[in-house]
Design a protein around this ligand. Structure first.
Ligand SMILES: [Zn+2]
Length: 327
């Protein structure tokens, strides 16, 4: 998290939702903004650069016609390992606003984002989630799980940061951003209800989500699935043979029907897991590929955050023996 930046638009918004109406009014009146040359530099659409596809999508939805959004991390890109290219640094330096996830998801961009925050407006969306709602990372005191988008209600909180940041750099658009934000949050409410209803159809013994890296902790907590992963919160460490054998024993013992690969992680560890479960006399299928830390192809069903969630939930529910969705 970047705290030293003079233009960091983060304002400790643990109570962001309660303060939303107040802060938007203040922004519209020009009471809060970014000093120096960090504000908007020209007419035309606001130039917004976002790290992950999920954040870029929120910016496009809330900014609508007033913004042009560039997402740095395309389909299948792993944000834990991503390093900014020279072109990225140039785009970041020219941006009117830089949005990122935070909580060290973009672990290898920390320095770039830190330097940038000294004169460009930056905001991490995780800052709009109440600290009490964040999952601690076992063994890392003070660290929190960055995969907040997997609990749709938390993401509904996080996108408030996008609306606030847009209004701060473009106060003339504050009312429009507010309207778009409200509409988007209502859509996320419906999405959350849909996820809840779909996941509730998975039979009790099969309510285990086994994946390559530990991205789905918020999902499991929100929707009642036990989450087991071969790698930790970050993909930076490899799974060991022992991890594979331990998880294989658990899945075989519980006769879990499926495990899942992830779009932004090579499938080999999950394939090794499948073989290890099979060696214990239980056939576990690869239930499909989940979009974990990146959106899907721009022309596909997971091109947006809402599409990504729907695609993941459909894959998970059907592979674990839940109800097929009514046509
Ligand atoms: Zn991850």
């Amino acid at each position: 998290m970047i705290r030293t930046a003079s233009c960091d638009l983060r304002r400790g918004t643990a109570a962001a939702n309660l303060l939303l109406a107040v802060s938007f009014a203040a922004l519209a009146a020009g009471a809060i903004g970014c000093g120096g040359d960090g504000g908007r530099r020209r007419d035309g659409p606001l130039r917004v650069v976002a790290t992950t596809g999920m954040v870029a999508d929120a910016a496009a939805r809330i900014g609508a016609e007033r913004v042009r959004v560039v997402g740095l991390m395309g389909p299948g890109v792993d944000p834990h390992l991503y390093k900014a290219s020279e072109g990225d640094v140039r785009r970041l330096q020219e941006a009117d606003l830089v949005l990122y996830n935070g909580l060290h998801l973009e672990a290898r961009m920390g320095e770039v984002l830190g330097h940038l925050g000294a004169d460009r407006p930056t905001r991490d969306v995780a800052s709009a989630v109440a600290p009490g709602d964040l999952r601690a990372v076992p063994g890392f005191s003070g660290a929190h799980d960055p995969h907040i988008w997997f609990d749709v209600r938390l993401w509904r909180d996080a996108v408030v940061a996008v609306g606030e940041a847009l209004a701060a750099v473009d106060p003339a658009g504050a009312a429009e951003y507010r309207r778009n934000l409200d509409a988007y949050r209502a859509e996320l409410d419906s999405l959350d209800a849909w996820v809840r209803a779909r996941t509730a159809t998975v039979p009790e013994p099969a309510r285990v989500l086994a994946t390559a890296h530990d991205a789905f902790g918020y999902f499991g907590r929100a929707y009642g699935l036990e989450v087991r992963a071969l790698q930790g919160i970050s993909t930076a460490t490899e799974a060991g043979t022992r991890d594979v054998q331990d998880l294989a024993a658990y899945l075989a013992g519980r006769r879990v029907p499926a495990v899942f690969v992830e779009s932004s992680v090579p499938p080999r560890t999950v394939e090794a897991l499948q073989a290890a479960v099979r060696a214990r006399g239980h056939e576990v299928s690869i239930g499909g590929s989940l979009y974990s830390d990146a959106l899907g192809d721009p022309d596909g069903p997971a091109a947006t955050y809402v599409g990504m969630v729907r695609a993941n939930v459909t894959t998970i529910v059907e592979a674990l023996g839940g109800a097929k969705e009514a046509p």
